[in-house]
Design a protein around this ligand. Structure first.
Ligand code: CP3
Length: 341
């Protein structure tokens, strides 16, 4: 039994005294103790070494006492396991030297055995669960197939992901074959993560909002739906689609336990679009954590009032920025813990 089960209760839609809180990308670059580890080990060494990954996972919890931990890892371990090379270049981000550009490239992409290729993630989960000692739940995650395709085809981050979109629109058959291979790998991966100890999983569709509503259904949503269906009975699934407010209505009928919302969609709109029943998560503008702590606290209270304390998980609308002062991150979490109606 997990002692602080606020997060799991919110996922089930149960009544709570206050909503749970965690922050997307909470284990990261704004923490000085993380920066120390970062100086000693390169990115994928940190992901692949269970001692390091579990330590980084619990660092923000020790400092701020969030109601859930998210495993330190990256969405791009999936293409790596599928035999697509991924490098993490300092001050640049992900770089894939041999991107997918044509049908033959897709043919050579492997749907791997998860334990052979990503066993280190499962070890990190087990070690993290020990460190968490059943105090709070652990979230596992994966990128959406579309978001993974974006990196596999573009070869790096992008403002437009024009090559990724061009690939889908000129070679749809190859694109769908790739998306299906990523989906199959992701389903097996998330099931293993749950077996290893994750209490819930989140799908990050960080680049879903790049697509038009019609293209979103074809190239992103149908694959996320497959993942949600496959995880049924295994663990609650949170779907976070950045810029995907237009799909919230459909998402609300998918069987997902909760939906992430970014800061461009108001609480009222998100509740309206989702029918008022499903748990929502979000949606504080990550840059608003630059405001003075007293303003942050006031805005967090307002946000909870707008979403309502039930069927709600307090979070940012996207990942925390690297330049957020520690006391501001602290104010965000504290405001939720101090909340009473
Ligand atoms: O939430 C957490 O703190 C857990 C760890 C986590 C990382 N990446 C660690 C990381 C999570 C949940 C991710 C997800 C991820 N990775 C996403 C989806 C979420 C989102 O922000 O939209 C995406 C798109 C990626 C791909 C990725 N990884 C990018 C674009 C970058 C470079 C830019 C950046 O944010 O730094 C990474 C590198 C990365 N992943 C870092 C961390 C802590 C920073 C690099 C480093 O520490 O050396």
């Amino acid at each position: 039994m997990i002692k602080n089960d606020l997060f799991l209760k919110a996922l089930k839609g149960e009544t709570v005294d206050r909503p749970p809180v965690w922050m997307m990308r909470q284990a990261g670059r704004y923490l000085p103790e993380f920066m120390e580890i970062r100086e000693q080990y390169d990115f994928f060494t940190r992901c692949q070494t269970p001692e390091l990954a579990s330590e980084i996972t619990v660092q923000p919890i020790r400092r701020f006492n969030m109601d859930a931990a998210i495993l330190f890892s990256d969405i791009l371990v999936i293409p790596q396991a599928m035999e697509i090379e991924v490098q993490m270049k300092p001050n640049f981000g992900p770089y894939l030297p041999d991107p997918i550009r044509k049908a033959e490239d897709v043919t050579r992409v492997v749907v791997p055995d998860i334990n052979d290729t990503l066993g280190y993630v499962m070890e990190a989960i087990k070690m993290t669960k020990e460190k968490l000692n059943d105090e709070i739940p652990l979230i596992g995650f994966a990128g959406s197939p579309w978001t993974i395709l974006c990196y596999c085809v573009q070869g790096q981050g992008s403002k437009s992901f024009d090559l990724a979109k061009g690939f889908c629109f000129t070679q749809p058959e190859a694109a769908h074959e790739l998306l299906q291979k990523i989906t199959d790998t992701t389903i097996a991966y998330l099931k293993e993560k749950v077996k290893a100890g994750c209490d819930a999983v989140q799908i990050f569709d960080s680049w879903g909002g790049m697509l038009s509503p019609i293209d979103y259904q074809e190239f992103s949503w149908q694959y996320i739906q497959q993942i949600v269906d496959a995880l049924k009975g295994h663990a609650p699934v949170i779907v976070f689609g950045k810029g995907c407010w237009f799909a919230l209505n459909k998402m609300a009928q998918s069987g997902a336990a909760a939906l992430g919302v970014d800061w461009t969609c108001s609480a009222q709109n998100a509740r309206y679009l989702t029918g008022g029943q499903i748990t929502l998560q979000g949606n504080f503008d990550p840059a608003r954590l630059l405001s003075p702590p007293k303003d942050i606290k006031k805005m967090v209270r307002q946000m909870i009032d707008e979403f309502g304390k039930d069927r709600y998980i307090v979070n940012l609308g996207h990942g925390i920025l690297p330049n957020i002062p520690l006391e501001n991150a602290k104010a965000f979490v504290e405001a939720v813990k101090e909340y009473s109606q």
